[in-house]
Design a protein around this ligand. Structure first.
Ligand SMILES: NC(=O)c1ccc[n+]([C@@H]2O[C@H](COP(=O)([O-])OP(=O)(O)OC[C@H]3O[C@@H](n4cnc5c(N)ncnc54)[C@H](OP(=O)(O)O)[C@@H]3O)[C@@H](O)[C@H]2O)c1
Length: 259
């Protein structure tokens, strides 16, 4: 089965391409690096020719409010149009758990716009909402740093390994479209400030993490369960502490410490 992975060079996309190939499918990694651009339409018709499924795991190069909205709207409109012409039978997109509770943030307004375009199109679809990736913990710290302190709400978070995101996407992409939303998450809940404190400690990052009730998450206020998936969520198996000890994670930390 030919499966086109839009954003196939990215964190999740590259893992998904490997996962699909290991399961005997024929994935095509498509992104500007390989001549496929969902904003301009370049290379899209050729990439989608003969494809049964398209999985969109692309992300906007800019997260500025107007830019990210323009990215997800333009990209999704183009993709759905080209998919209709190519006779694609399943559009899968990666979104974020709690998106509708985070609309104070421009990034999440853009993700809702992406989801709404998919829901109103004629292409059968599966929207997969994931919780935050373990790999993203340092990014959360960086955007929440004021001076040498990381200020974060005390809300719950149930993060997951990017490998588990890719496995779940692989299963969903090769099954029948659900024409709805599936939630995926990690096996454990943490307090957001505690998760980031552990993640930074493992990197020997000296920043102090403080719980701050007024702190925002990408511009949005959090309540206790804003980032937590519902009861029916499919949960990955990888635990954060085990992931931190994996040789590949340690190697990445050493690499970025040198950079
Ligand atoms: N971060 C989290 O914790 C989290 C949680 C849940 C869901 N998500 C969602 O997961 C998705 C993937 O995230 P990620 O971290 O894997 O992304 P990433 O590593 O930043 O990769 C982004 C991908 O998008 C591609 N891309 C950029 N512009 C494009 C264009 N015009 N046309 C086609 N492809 C384009 C890039 O291609 P090039 O390499 O060629 O530039 C790259 O392959 C996002 O939609 C995000 O909302 C993230």
């Amino acid at each position: 089965m030919k499966i086109v992975v839009i954003g196939g060079s990215g964190l999740i996309g590259s893992k998904l391409v490997t996962n699909l190939r290991e399961h005997g499918h024929d994935p095509v990694a498509a992104s500007p690096n390989s001549g496929v651009n969902t904003i301009t339409g370049e290379g899209l018709a050729e990439a989608l020719n003969g494809a049964s499924v398209v999985v969109d795991v692309s992300n906007s190069p800019s997260w500025e409010d107007a830019a990210v909205l323009n990215f997800f709207e333009t990209s999704t409109r183009n993709l759905l149009k080209y998919e209709a012409s190519a006779g694609v039978g399943h559009h899968v997109a990666l979104s974020v758990v709690g998106t509708e509770r985070l609309l104070e943030s421009g990034y999440f307004r853009a993700k809702i716009a992406q989801e709404n375009l998919i829901k109103s199109s004629s292409i059968p679809y599966s929207i997969v909402r994931a919780t935050q990736f373990f790999e993203f913990v340092k990014g959360i710290a960086d955007i929440s740093t004021v001076g040498n302190k990381v200020r974060l709400p005390h809300a719950f978070i149930q993060p997951m390994a990017a490998d588990d995101v890719a496995s779940a996407l692989g299963r969903i992409a090769t099954a029948a479209p659900v024409n709805g939303t599936v939630e995926i998450g990690g096996p454990e809940k943490f307090r957001l400030n505690e998760l980031v404190r552990r993640g930074l400690a493992a990197r020997n990052d000296p920043r102090e993490v403080v719980a701050d009730l007024q702190a925002r998450y990408y511009g949005a206020a959090l309540s206790e369960n804003t980032l937590v998936p519902g009861d029916g969520a499919q949960l990955g198996e990888t635990r954060f502490e085990d992931w931190l000890r994996q040789p590949v994670t340690v190697a990445a930390r050493v690499g970025s410490a040198k950079a």
